[in-house]
Design a protein around this ligand. Structure first.
Ligand code: FAD
Ligand code: FES
Ligand code: FES
Length: 1346
């Protein structure tokens, strides 16, 4: 067997073009290769761990076993380039392009408004495209499954699914489900305005304009690859890299010989286990043996007794094989296959299932494996092979436990897996509970099998295995043995639970935390299994009433228990989006108020939209990586960079000493000098020729610390140590003490966890020093380029006018790119000045999550005084937010929190106090809603608590206490609640709230283990900054001599569609089509001294500035137009130029005079309010804590929407982000202050399967707002809070469960309402059984910081 020292050529195809790589490095991933080597930057980096789908591409390969070409989606960040030998890769660029031909997938996702920032869009396109290559008319289920591994942080997924649904075979095209009407009903709509209900429209795009899908137009599989595959070369291919050698044998024999020669070398298949371990845990393997070309490993054989599945089959293939067997065989034989199928549906996303192999999955023996527990109970055998020969090994408890005696021998590999059929009287079930339904590792999973003595209910054999409940899989062997011979009845259940809890014991400090929840799941799952088997026995007894088998022998399942047997299905949402159509007199050419597609939509969909890191590598460019503190509070004793500096490619290490100007503010330094204040505090930065070199160098920097006391992480500790970032903020009205004397009171606490922005594009900046006059060009992903410019100026001590910041577009910001980009820009600029070379800084997802901070966690205490009719007389709220180690925006967040706490309620006696705590955590910062989503949860929790105490429904208490007439807020700003009340009433009406409330109660009476909950919340959200200087904007509009117009303004395109709206304004003002106009970028050189694009007012203020500029220009043109009224725009521009009329104008808007006097507690801090209401209905599984969202109805007051598609997109996207905040997004910190949740696998933002099954959004028909452009309203943030309707629906369901179980209804409110919280709040006999821990006796795995 040859093992040449020279590398073979790596041959594969990308987008129909042959790629031959002569000296390929096995450590390079397909993503890096596409982006760096081929300059195909449509494929994005967002997590690097296979967890987000931004890097999805399609791989096509000839399958010699099936003799057909397979197309499948993969995440390019986990695909080693060497694994692609003989494969064809299609990227978003290969699918279609604006310049050549758009693919229908690209056209439809853009035109259905399925793109906002567009960073996830190429990945979405590729997942959908791959689906269509395999199924040109997919089912909705296939569509949802295909997109399950793609995250989007902006859109809320609904429009993405809507675009995909246009390809679906059973799509009824009707978006009006749930309204009782169908747009296809005759007479429902007139043809001139599709989806129009009088002046209300219900369609955001016209499906009949879409080009049809023509599968014959797709790229063919390269004939050369087909020839190669049909006559495969058997010779071993070897690729030598700097550190790693990749060996890919062509035959099984060679593979086995190589394995014998390199026993320590892992076999690499999908790389979904090895890859993340190499990236994040520092695992290193100098030799990798690829099994990609060994067809023997993909063979599947069906025998009369079972299935033999090749270890090389992907999990997606396994799923298909199992589904086929299930359809062919009688049910009794397929119990194990059904259980495996159930787990495979929710295991990871489609891309990972396409890549991951069955062998890799089994051999990895992950403690969370979804399949191994079922394979174990299903008596699976592993067929192992080596040069020595073949042998069988059972996949049993010893294998699961990771015992060395059950290890493969180093020279062995897994060839195939034998899964036997199940038998009559044998029942197998699978269970799994994760933070969210799909694409999340299970907290606990289980496989359970029982064999009953034929015709009886006596246990003959029992096996149970759990995953997630420990460092390794656990088989409850002893418990099972003890239960053999017992009848399947309640007594057995009791005994089984006791035994299981004893055997599957988890210490309180177990890694992963959630210990009591996990213990509860151990028994809850068994209870479910108990019920399932009983149910099956009942069915059998009915059909086979033979002796000894009589349904009366088995315990009855109470009717109320039956729903415990049903799992929540994974479904895509339906819904209606309603908005007001434009006035019938409005000119057709005037785009204002119409659902115009995002200007960059098509470019997002083709990958042609350029983001910061898509800018080609500059000449002599260096890469920067940051070095951060590993201690929470310590003195820096020394920094030793000597070893790092000696590494190849390393150019310099930048420290605070290199800063020519100021190192940030005294209490907010760019780089730590003597002291670090949190884990993740930036200390220095390495610059090297490549990213890889810089990353290896940071490992070599030795920093010595001396810990400093105190170390504070929690709000409680901060209060104890009097550790605050700023003085208390307080507002008061009435006489609170006096009011409390006369009424009943409730005193309670509320805890709201923080939130990670999780913008899909991590923080990035490119700094280019120019040769002359210390000028710098900075390309940066920011919401505030002027702030970056100013910070760089003071850091480098050069005037602002030498620095130009450019923002083309930002891949999501949500507040996280207001302040922090200036820090990264400034550090990179120091590096650029010191080295004289361009510097690129692109944060890894892990670093981004570690360093940047997010939404402030909140702890609130309230005392509410009320009458027994539900009237609230007094409310005293004191809240504390965890600000982290630096001030950042914490003072303003506290102020906003206090100003907005009253939400929609008029309560005569109020006191609101707030403080920002200083802790040793990364500094928290601005985040969509700026304190409102956290604070209002306290207010709304008060309402729920009062309702419970008065025995009234929460909606009644809300209604009773809501503002009713023109009034003044707590800070004495006058406002009229008319629109608020309209939103509330419309929402009650559109959601059929009252009848559904009754249905929910009916359901709850009939079901013990499942409960439904419904809630409606009102919203009064103040828009804007409470500082006057922020209410200004400028724009620059140029008209060129060909008549084309260039618009520039001070707002940044973050995905919220500001550029689209600005061109709509300019088009209306100049009366020319949007197609004659262009926005190139936001730049500090064209519009200086801009304010951050934040606080929902970007379009308001910039729209007025653009309008002003256009009006100035039009005024100048007026005499010319008057003189030649029949002329064209081009004629007038030509004439104006001839007459020396300036065709360039600056527009300016001097906005709202915001004012707030905190001494007096009064002011007019906000220009206007956005009102809204949302109603959500959910169902919880009391046994597992899972929930499904049944329906959400939102009514939002958008004023006169500039662009209803964009505004509805903002409402939906922010609602889903809010829903994430309140249900699944949970940051976990170690007792040492280290953030555990640093990627999509540990931090769960909503996925496509988490959105409500029915999701209706209506923009309230026009309300007038004189201060804004054309009376539109800014909707960027407000929807976040409406996500709390899901939270309150969950607590409503939990309260129903608690009432039924006779336990106190008043529980401490804690957000997010995770499965753990729901399960433990629905206390029952199982939560009572579990051992409880005394938290004082051990160090927990994680600490709560709110
Ligand atoms: C984003 C993401 C989400 C995930 N979600 C889930 C989830 O929800 N549930 C779940 O259970 N798992 C999940 N996983 C884990 C996934 O199932 C495993 O990583 C995968 O099955 C491993 O298969 P692979 O082919 O990629 O293995 P590789 O990474 O290629 O190899 C893994 C190990 O197995 C060894 N190996 C592979 N094949 C053989 C063989 N034939 N003989 C001997 N040794 C072999 C390798 O040497 C290596 O040590 C997830 C993974 C990712 C990246
Ligand atoms: S970047 Fe590859 S999956 Fe996230
Ligand atoms: S549009 Fe999906 S992440 Fe921004």
């Amino acid at each position: 067997m040859p093992c040449p020292s020279k590398s073979d050529d790596l041959v594969f195809f990308v987008n129909g073009r042959k790629v031959i790589e002569r000296n390929v490095d096995p450590e390079v991933t397909l993503l890096t290769f596409l982006r760096k080597n081929l300059r195909l930057t449509g494929t994005k980096y967002a997590c690097g761990r296979g967890g987000c789908g931004a890097c999805t591409v399609m791989v096509s390969k000839y399958d010699p076993v099936l003799a057909k070409i397979r197309h499948f989606s993969v995440t390019a960040c986990l695909v080693p380039i060497c694994s692609l030998y003989g494969n064809a890769v299609t990227t978003v660029e290969g699918v279609g392009s604006i310049n050549t031909r758009l693919h229908p997938v690209q056209e439809r996702i853009a035109k259905s408004h399925g793109t906002q920032c567009g960073f996830c869009t190429p990945g979405m396109v590729m997942s959908m495209y791959t689906l269509l290559r395999n199924h040109p008319q997919p089912s909705e289920e296939q569509l949802t499954e295909a997109l399950g591994g793609n995250l989007c942080r902006c859109t809320g997924y609904r429009p993405i699914l809507a675009s995909g649904r246009t390809f679906c075979v059973e799509s009824n095209g009707c978006q009006q489900r749930g309204t009782g009407k169908c747009c296809l009903d005759p007479g429902g709509n007139d043809s001139s305005s599709v989806g129009r209900e009088s002046d209300i429209c219900t369609e955001l795009f016209a499906e009949d304009e879409f080009q049809p899908l023509d599968p014959t137009q797709e790229l063919i599989f390269p004939p050369e690859l087909l020839r190669m595959a049909e006559k495969p070369e058997k010779q071993t291919l070897t690729f030598h890299g700097e550190r790693v050698t990749w060996i890919s044998p062509g035959t099984l024999k060679d593979l086995l010989e190589l394995k014998a020669k390199h026993p320590e070398a892992p076999l690499i298949l999908g790389n979904t286990s090895l890859g993340p371990a190499m990236k994040s845990q520092g695992h290193f393997h100098p030799i990798l043996l690829s099994a990609a070309r060994i067809s023997e490993l993909s063979v599947v054989s069906k025998t009369s007794e079972g299935l033999i599945i090749g270890a090389g089959c992907s999990l997606a293939q396994v799923k298909d094989i199992l589904a086929e067997r299930v359809s062919e065989l009688p049910e009794e034989k397929t119990q194990t296959y059904r259980a495996l199928l159930k787990q495979l549906k929710s295991l990871a996303g489609q891309q990972i299932r396409n890549m991951a192999s069955l062998g890799g999955h089994i051999i990895s023996r992950h403690c969370y494996s979804d399949l191994n527990p079922i394979l174990a109970v299903g008596n699976t055998t592993l067929n192992l092979i080596s040069v020595e020969g073949a042998r069988q090994m059972p996949l049993n408890e010893r294998f699961l436990a990771g015992l060395a005696s059950a290890d493969l021998k180093p020279e062995e590999i897994l060839e195939s897996v034998y899964v036997p059929h199940s038998h009559a009287w044998e029942f197998v079930s699978a269970f799994r509970q994760a933070q969210c339904q799909q694409n999340a590792l299970a907290d606990v999973n289980a496989g359970m099998r029982v064999l009953l003595k034929e015709g009886t209910g006596t246990i003959e054999d029992l096996s149970i295995s759990y995953g997630g409940a420990g460092a390794v899989m656990v088989s409850a062997q002893k418990s099972c043995q003890r239960l053999i011979g017992r009848p399947w009845d309640e007594l057995m259940l009791e005994e089984a639970c006791r035994l299981l809890l004893e055997e599957v014991s988890l210490p309180g400090w177990a890694p992963g935390g959630k210990v009591e929840f996990k213990r509860t799941l151990v028994v809850s799952f068994f209870f479910k299994f108990y019920l399932e088997v009983l149910q099956e026995l009942k069915k059998l007894a009915k059909f086979m009433p033979v002796s000894g088998l009589d349904s009366h022998h088995y315990p009855e399942i109470p009717d109320g228990f039956l729903s415990a047997l049903e799992d929540f299905p994974i479904t895509g949402p339906q819904g209606v989006q309603r908005y007001q159509s434009v006035d019938s007199h409005q000119s057709l050419q005037d785009p204002v108020g119409r659902p115009i597609v995002h200007l960059s939509g098509l470019k997002h969909a083709t990958g042609e939209a350029i983001f910061c890191d898509d800018i080609p590598t500059m000449d002599r460019e260096l890469f920067m990586v940051l070095v951060t503190s590993t201690r929470a509070h310590a003195k820096i004793i020394s920094i030793d960079s000597s070893e790092a500096l000696e590494l190849p490619g390393v150019v310099d290490v930048i420290t605070a000493e290199d800063i020519p100007g100021t190192n940030g503010a005294e209490d907010d330094k760019l780089m730590a000098v003597d002291e670090v204040l949190c884990v993740g505090h930036i200390i220095c930065a390495v610059v090297a020729e490549t990213n890889v070199q810089a990353k290896s160098a940071i490992e070599k920097i030795k920093i010595t610390y001396e810990d400093i006391e105190p170390v504070i992480f929690t709000i409680n500790d901060a209060i104890k140590h009097n550790s605050f970032l700023c003085p208390e903020k307080k507002l008061e009205q009435g006489n609170i003490e006096e009011a409390f004397e006369k009424v009943d009171q409730i005193v309670e606490e509320v805890h709201v966890g923080g939130q990670e922005h999780f913008y899909m594009e991590t923080q990035r900046v490119l700094v280019i020093p120019k040769a002359e006059d210390k000028e710098l060009d900075i390309y940066v992903s920011t919401q505030d380029p002027s702030h970056v410019q100013k910070t760089v100026s003071s850091t480098l001590s050069i005037p602002i006018n030498r620095i130009t910041c450019h923002v083309k577009r930002v891949g999501g910001g949500f507040g996280g790119k207001v302040g922090r980009p200036a820090v990264f820009g400034a550090i990179a600029a120091v590096g650029a000045i010191k080295t004289g070379r361009p510097i690129r800084l692109v944060l890894d997802r892990e670093d981004d999550m570690l360093i940047t901070g997010g939404r402030h966690p909140l702890f609130g205490k309230y005392k509410v005084g009320f009458m027994n009719n539900g009237r609230i007389k007094a409310l005293d709220i004191e809240c504390f937010i965890n600000g982290g180690c630096m001030l950042d925006d914490s003072e303003q967040v506290t102020e906003f929190l206090i100003l907005k706490l009253e939400n929609a309620y008029k309560i005569r006696n109020l006191r609101f106090r707030g403080r920002a705590c200083m802790t040793n955590l990364p500094s928290n910062t601005a985040f969509r809603g700026f304190g409102f989503p956290q604070g209002t949860l306290i207010t709304e929790s008060c309402i729920t608590a009062v309702a419970a105490k008065c025995g009234l429904l929460p909606e009644k208490i809300r209604e009773k206490n809501m503002y009713k007439t023109v009034d003044k807020t707590i800070y004495k700003q006058a406002f009229s609640p008319e629109t608020l009340i309209r939103c509330w009433n419309e929402c009650l009406d559109k959601s059929s709230f009252h009848s559904r409330r009754m249905q929910v109660e009916e359901f709850n009476k009939k079901n013990y283990w499942k409960k439904k909950g419904i809630a409606i919340v009102p919203m009064k959200f103040s828009v804007g900054f409470a500082a006057t200087s922020y209410h200004q904007a400028a724009a620059l509009v140029h008209i060129y001599t060909d008549g084309s117009v260039l618009v520039t303004h001070g707002g940044n395109e973050l995905g919220q569609g500001i550029h689209t709206k600005m061109l709509q304004v300019a088009s209306r003002e100049l009366k020319i089509p949007m197609s004659s106009m262009h926005i190139c970028e936001t730049s500090t050189a064209t519009v200086p001294n801009t304010i951050a694009t934040a606080a929902s007012i970007g379009s308001d203020v910039n729209g007025r500035a653009v309008q002003n500029a256009c009006q100035i220009l039009l005024k100048r043109l007026e005499p010319i137009i008057k003189k030649n009224p029949e002329g064209t725009w081009e004629d007038w521009i030509e004439a104006a130029f001839e007459q020396r009329i300036s065709l360039s104008a600056t527009g300016y808007f001097r906005g709202y005079k915001a004012f707030m006097d905190w001494e007096k507690g009064e002011g007019d801090p906000f220009p206007y309010y956005v009102y809204g209401a949302a109603c959500s209905e959910i169902e919880i599984d009391c046994l597992t804590g899972a929930h499904k969202k049944i329906r959400t109805d939102i009514i939002m007051d958008a004023g006169c929407s500039l662009n209803p598609a964009i505004d509805i997109g903002q409402v939906e996207g922010s609602f889903i982000q809010g829903m994430g905040l309140y249900t699944t997004e949970e940051l976990k910190y170690s007792p040492e202050g280290v953030l555990y949740s640093r990627g999509p696998d540990e931090y769960k933002i909503p996925t496509i399967t988490d959105i409500p099954e029915e999701f209706n959004v209506s923009l309230l028909p026009s309300s007038q707002t004189p201060l804004t452009i054309y009376s539109s309203k800014g909707l960027g943030e407000s929807g976040m809070f409406l996500g709390s309707s899901v939270f309150f629906a969950i607590t409503d369901a939990v309260a129903a469960a608690r009432r039924e179980r006779d336990i106190a209804e008043d529980f401490t409110v804690k957000s997010p309402a995770t499965p753990e919280w729901i399960r433990m709040a629905c206390a029952d006999r199982f939560t009572e059984m579990i051992p409880r821990d005394d938290l004082r006796t051990f160090k927990p795995w994680s600490i709560p910081i709110a």
